[in-house]
Write a protein that binds this ligand. Structure first.
Ligand SMILES: [Zn+2]
Length: 430
């Protein structure tokens, strides 16, 4: 099947025609899925699709493991899971054909992946798709992959720093938070991120909401541009940055709607929950899948000329809290913390919102502690109109130094030990 590439359409009218062509096939695939067949008539065009009930995360959990499967199991290339807050697994599965679309979407970066790149993949490989996505995209582009994972005892932060430097890593893929931890680990090892890693030319990040101030701080810390990405294990990459630095939805590869949970209506743009219908799926069709991420979508002109809607990702609605009757989001608070002057060196923070009280802790060394605390109290007051309790804690309190300096300690199973060795770990080889 011919997958569109950026530049294949001129303007939104052409994009819509392109979507309709591929939607017809996507709906034929959905008709082969037991889940959608059981729901009754599968739609055959865009107008009918609009009448279809949204597919929810709950639906995917209930369909565990293969309720949506539209091909023979032998055709599957990979199986993945993500787990929500309930702990119940959500399955995703892809054919080799699906993987072409997945890798191409991820590879759409304003800083292209090159064959000469040394690409550190620092997101999980276990069950989730994120590590495999970056791995496949980097391989497709001819880059050298360093498969580092981030949930493995084999790859503590000290080792990440060593690999970044010794291998002249040029591009990385991780959570934004991880790049801050590498910076702290580099500092703990006596290195300076913006000076001692000259090969590094881009930090690809995703998987977490990222406020503009934190993004700017990460770029400044490393002296390399931060390139954002948005997606999920069930969908792969859904949006990436254009050369103008704005996040665009891949609307040539999926249909997008914005859902208002209060009215139950969807619209092409505006603020609400993002709903997606991927257009190039073989194994696991999804019709109007509600990502349950709060977003703001707009169809305007952008200097890149891509003619793809822009999106601002505001995060999971469930992550919102209230303090003193005022709604707070993590991204909103983060913007204030990283809006503090860089010389204060505040990289790590946490906050607890109670009904009448907001407590924020920031890691900050003397002599910056008192001015940092005062500045943050003032910023929260200005933004939210509440009196926050801000506490400056010494570095190491929120992120222990031992986490940043620990070295790899991975054993293999053994049966035979010398008498001076600890044999209690004979089979717990982790
Ligand atoms: Zn753009």
């Amino acid at each position: 099947m011919d997958r569109p590439r950026i530049g294949d359409w001129r303007g939104y009218a052409e994009l819509t025609r392109l979507q309709d062509v591929h939607l017809a096939e996507a709906l034929r695939v959905a008709a082969r899925s037991p889940f959608y067949r059981a729901r009754g008539d599968v739609p055959t065009n865009r107008a009918e699709l609009r009448q279809v009930a949204l597919t929810t995360k709950r639906d995917l959990r209930d369909a565990y493991p293969f309720g949506l499967l539209a091909v023979d199991r032998a055709e599957l290339a990979t199986y993945h899971e993500s787990s929500g807050s309930s702990g119940a697994p959500t399955s995703s599965y892809y054919t080799a054909g699906d993987w072409l679309d997945l890798a191409e979407r991820f590879a759409r970066k304003r800083i292209a992946i090159e064959p000469s790149d040394m690409f550190l993949v620092r997101t999980p490989y276990a069950l989730m798709i994120t590590g495999h996505l970056a791995h496949a995209a980097a391989r497709m582009c001819g880059a050298t992959v360093v498969p580092a994972d981030n949930r493995s005892l084999a790859m503590p932060y000290s080792r990440v720093v060593r690999v970044l430097r010794d291998l002249d890593v040029t591009v990385t893929w991780s959570l934004p938070t991880d790049t801050l931890l590498w910076a702290a680990a580099a500092a703990a090892a006596g290195a300076r991120p913006d000076r001692d890693f000259p090969a590094l030319r881009a930090l690809f990040v995703g998987g977490e909401p990222l406020s503009p101030a934190r993004r700017d701080r990460i770029a400044a810390l490393w002296g390399a541009p931060v390139v954002e990405e948005y997606g999920a294990t069930e969908t792969g990459s859904l949006a990436g940055e254009c050369p103008c630095g704005r996040l665009h939805l891949w609307a040539d590869r999926a249909l997008f709607e914005v859902y208002d949970p209060l009215t139950g209506r969807t619209a092409p743009e505006g603020r609400g929950q993002l709903v997606v219908t991927p257009l190039f799926r073989e194994a696991m069709p999804l019709l109007r899948y509600n990502m349950e991420d709060e977003v703001e979508v707009a169809y305007g002109a952008c200097g890149c000329g891509w003619s793809l809607p822009t999106v601002r990702v505001l995060g999971r609605t469930a992550f919102q809290s209230r303090a003193g009757g005022v709604p707070l989001t993590q991204t909103g608070l983060e913007e204030l913390v990283f809006g503090l002057p860089a010389e204060f060196g505040v990289l790590f923070w946490r906050a607890r919102a109670a009904s009448s009280h907001l407590r924020v802790e920031i890691e900050v060394a003397e002599p910056h502690r008192a001015p940092a605390v005062a500045a943050l109290v003032a910023a929260v007051g200005r933004t939210y109109g509440i009196d926050a309790e801000v506490v400056g804690v010494p570095p190491g309190r929120l992120v222990p130094l031992s986490l940043l300096t620990a070295s790899a300690d991975v054993m293999k199973p053994r049966g035979l030990f010398r008498e001076d060795e600890d044999w209690d770990k004979a089979l717990s080889y982790y």
